[in-house]
Design a protein around this ligand. Structure first.
Ligand SMILES: CC(C)(COP(=O)(O)OP(=O)(O)OC[C@H]1O[C@@H](n2cnc3c(N)ncnc32)[C@H](O)[C@@H]1OP(=O)(O)O)[C@@H](O)C(=O)NCCC(=O)NCCS
Length: 154
């Protein structure tokens, strides 16, 4: 028996410049140090994979991935605050992993703040392991914060 995809199941859709007001409304609400419009414009202009995660009713989140040979680098993965803790982050991560693998990526690499317990738990559950540490990578309320570098084979 074939699985029937619910018509309102969340799905990836390409992000365009016209989506940036809605993306930035989420971004500025969920990060203390959000990406700027310029960061998203640069990602679109550079040809990075910029995805919206949409249901029929709403923009649930988005992700940005950069490709380097056979490795994908997850630069941004975000779920709107009101849509969090419903499995959408895990679904979006799986969807962008599938897409990256379809484009030839053999592994996914990402950075996460040590203080980001939600992100760390999400990635641990998805099978990511620490492969490095970048000192002072992120801005923080008091100076800088390190980044954990995580990776997983696709
Ligand atoms: C991190 C983020 C994407 C998770 O999205 P989400 O839709 O809430 O996550 P899910 O509901 O799919 O949760 C999947 C797993 O992640 C972990 N998790 C998610 N939110 C968590 C939280 N607040 N505290 C602890 N664990 C959490 C849990 O292990 C969860 O599995 P469970 O529900 O079976 O316990 C979301 O919190 C977010 O956008 N945060 C702000 C942006 C961010 O930090 N992005 C990652 C930057 S690297």
């Amino acid at each position: 028996m074939s699985a029937v995809l619910r018509p309102d199941a969340p799905r990836l859709a390409p992000m365009t410049e016209g989506d940036l007001d809605a993306v930035l409304a989420i971004e500025t609400a969920i990060y203390p140090f959000p990406w700027t419009r310029g960061n998203f414009l640069d990602s679109l202009a550079a040809g990075y994979s910029c995805w919206l995660f949409v249901s029929d009713a709403a923009l649930l989140g988005y992700a940005v991935i950069m490709f380097a040979v056979d490795e994908a680098h997850l630069l941004n993965l975000s779920i709107a605050r009101e849509a969090q803790r419903r499995g959408h982050g895990a679904q979006l991560l799986a969807a962008v992993e599938d897409s990256a693998h379809g484009h030839g990526a053999q592994s996914m690499l990402l950075e996460v703040r040590p203080s980001n317990m939600a992100g760390r738990a999400l990635y641990a559950k998805a099978g990511y392991q620490q492969v490095g540490l970048r000192r002072g990578y992120y801005p923080a309320a008091l100076g800088r914060e390190d980044a954990l570098v995580l990776a997983r084979k696709l």
